[in-house]
Design a protein around this ligand. Sequence first.
Ligand SMILES: [Zn+2]
Length: 328
Amino acid sequence: MNNSYRYQLERYRGRGTRYTCPQCGRKYTFTRYIDTENNNQYISDNVGKCNRLDKCGYHYTPKQYFTDNPWKRDDFLVADGSLRHFTDSPCKRKEDFSFFLSYRENEKKKNTPPPRPICTLPEWVVERSLTNGAVSDHVQWLMNTYGEEETERVAKMYGIGASMQGFVIFWQRDIEGRVRAGKIMDYDVVTGKRRKYAGAIGWIHAIMRREGELPEDWELTQCLYGEHLLKEYPDKIVAVVEAYKTAHVGAILMPDMVWVATDSLQGLTAERLAPLRGRFVVFFPDEGKGFQLWQERLPQIAQEVGFKYQLSTFMEGKGDGVDIADIP
Ligand SMILES: [Zn+2]
């Protein structure tokens, strides 16, 4: 049996045969594979190809799907090397394969859906925020304070985006290079501090979902801000801070470390810090509440994830709510 004939991309028979792409979220652009030996049924909702080759490029083939979900193959019994010739073999006694049969039954019974793939944002939306000519107040403040050269270096490292209105967009890109989230914030160009008012903080996925550019069931899974840099600098000590802005300032003032941010005080979890496994890490909590909370949580998280760390008291005694970015 040759799978490339058996599984085919569904022919176009109107909009109803084109679906929302599981990666870029664009409607009517996703072509699913059908199984021509099984009533032309779909293999699975996410097995298919996005029509937006350049902007998205999603292509999940039946072959890949059956590699990921071997028990879904109808020739699962012969999937194992030792049983490859089961169907042609003179030895066809069922009991020889009882182990495999029960494994298959168990897998069916469990009926647990495979872990949901992580929802990501399309690259074009990041690209747009980097090429629209806008300079955010935050980046402008960095330039005024630390100079153009250093700011440009850091802006490039982190891929700092801007909205047309001059709000900064912090893209959370994970260690695999996937864009998990974009946070929009409003900073004062003179003081460099956050402007605090209702609606001063927004998320790109929330806007895109409202505009129908992401599927309804798109789910946010945050990662460390700057996580993609961990792969780029595997030997550097990692500095963990709470705020995006602090990570940028840290990367300018202390470039020997890789600076990542947790987004919020509560972002300090084993799940979020998992990419720090095997690293040496220095935590720079904000003065006050941050220090205490991180001090309480870190021993267990470090053990669970597997990293060595120091908790810096750098901010202690510098005044409540002060962070590195406030120190001249
Ligand atoms: Zn797509």
